[in-house]
Ligand binder design. Structure first.
Ligand code: GLU
Length: 447
């Protein structure tokens, strides 16, 4: 396999699908050497098959807004790969959603899910619906309209969606309610991220952020460092940033920023528990404004309009918002201001130039598919509880999440350790995920 040849074919076939092409390029570059040591992979054309989604469903979603106006959006479900289990991955509601974005997310999800140790294939879905400024009733009507099409594509043993950007517990509730009505089937295992009284797993809302901090702890420990007293610059203020902030503070670090599309809040004394709780209010308001935090806590935070979290001096950067949110220039600014570690919590949060800059300037760096896998892993734990009709305690779920994050770190070390003893976490995560999916595909024949 030659990465450049496969990329040239994909570029010609899918011009302009930049996020998808970027995600594929990153994985292929990492695995090329190992792949070429396995002629059986080449013979079965594993890579050529793996970069194409199994199927993509596209549908019209029509709903009525609070003014009585008819609105139309596009909905998608990309079922990417089912080699190691049923399709699994979140739904994203965001104005910038395109097939390219969902293909990149579904491709990443395939390897991330493989790293979790649980039997889950990869998928992603969503819509170009923009939740900003929408009322609760509008969100409900949109979710119901979206499900009138999606329900035929999913099922508890077939494809299990969950949340992602713009889709949290509230949206999963509305989606599940409509699914139940349409499918006349009462299996809660069809969606994860549910409410705790009707099949949701305790700790699922926190799991992506908690898992990211557990991974960061392992990475720091391996490098002979720890989290205590370290300054963390964190971007976003949604569910993932919330969980990360909570656990970071609990582990003794100091979170000095949150951010949004409007700018960055600098919290020089460190985020407080009240501020962390307020992040939930900000997310539920659909204002999509980080400035709301400064309006609510004017003595404790300063707002920098139009700035990113990366302009504030820190030890550790945790991108928790959106793909490509950290550029090479941002990486340079971070390093100049003393940052020495970046754990990507958002999916593909760092641009390729930023990763390159970090890796060439001695910054400890780990990619999203390893760092943020605790979210989908806890979704997997939710599915197990649903299938057994039981619920585990917070302690049980947390122990399992800890074990999974430890195991992901071990897999990265196994496949990413370099001759000088350092760990290339990008390579480690990509090769570990790839080997598992490729081997399963090979064993299941040419399909
Ligand atoms: N959207 C999350 C992710 O990127 C969670 C997916 C899930 O729980 O299925 O991994």
């Amino acid at each position: 396999m030659k990465t450049s040849e496969i990329m040239a074919t994909l570029q010609a076939k899918y011009p302009g699908e930049n996020e998808y092409l970027q995600a594929v390029q990153e994985v292929l570059e990492s695995v090329e050497e190992v792949y070429n040591q396995h002629p059986e992979f080449e013979q079965a054309k594993i890579v050529e098959r793996m970069v194409e989604p199994d199927r993509i469903f596209t549908f019209r979603v029509t709903w009525i807004d609070d003014e009585g106006q008819v609105q139309t959006n596009t909905g998608y479900r990309v079922q990417f790969n089912s080699a190691i289990g049923p399709y699994k991955g979140g739904l994203r509601f965001h104005k910038a959603v395109t097939p390219s974005m969902l293909k990149f997310l579904g491709f990443e999800q395939t390897f991330k899910n493989a790293l979790t140790t649980l039997p889950m294939g990869g998928a992603k879905g969503g819509s170009d619906f923009n939740p900003r400024g929408r009322s609760d009733a509008e969100i409900m009507r949109f979710c119901q309209a979206f499900m009138t099409e999606l329900w035929q594509c999913i099922g508890p043993d077939q494809d299990i969606p969950a949340g992602d950007v713009g889709v949290g517990g509230r949206e999963i509730g509305y989606l599940y309610g409509m699914y139940k009505k349409l499918a006349r089937e009462y299996n809660t295992g069809v969606l994860t991220g549910k409410g705790s009284t009707w099949g949701g797993s305790v700790l699922r809302p926190e799991a992506t952020g908690y898992g990211a901090l557990y991974f960061t702890q392992h990475l720091l420990e391996k490098a002979g460092k720890d989290l205590k007293g370290k300054k963390i610059a964190l971007s976003g203020f949604g569910n993932v940033a919330w969980g990360a902030a909570k656990k970071a503070v609990e582990l003794g670090a100091k979170v000095v920023t949150i951010s949004g599309p409007d700018g960055c809040c600098e919290i020089s004394k460190g985020i407080t528990p009240e501020m962390i709780d307020y992040m939930l209010v900000m997310r539920a308001s659909n204002h999509d404004r980080a400035q709301d935090m400064v309006d609510r806590f004017p003595d404790q935070a300063v707002f920098h309009p139009g700035k990113k979290a990366w302009s504030v001096p820190c030890d550790i950067a945790l991108p928790c918002a959106f793909q490509n949110e950290l550029s090479e220039d941002d990486a340079r600014e971070l390093v100049e201001n003393g940052c020495w570690c970046c754990c990507e919590v958002s999916n593909m949060g760092c641009q390729p130039g930023a990763i390159h800059y970090f890796q060439h300037n001695g910054v400890l760096f780990a990619p999203g598919k390893a760092v943020n896998a605790g979210g989908v892993a806890t979704s997997g734990l939710e599915m197990t509880q649903n299938a057994e009709h039981i619920s585990w305690s917070g302690k049980e779920v947390d122990e399992k999440l800890h074990w999974i994050m430890h195991s992901i770190h071990e897999q990265c070390v196994k496949y990413g350790t370099q001759p000088d003893g350092s760990v290339d976490y990008v390579k480690g995560a990509n090769i570990a995920g790839f080997m598992k999916v490729a081997t399963a595909m090979l064993e299941q024949g040419i399909i």
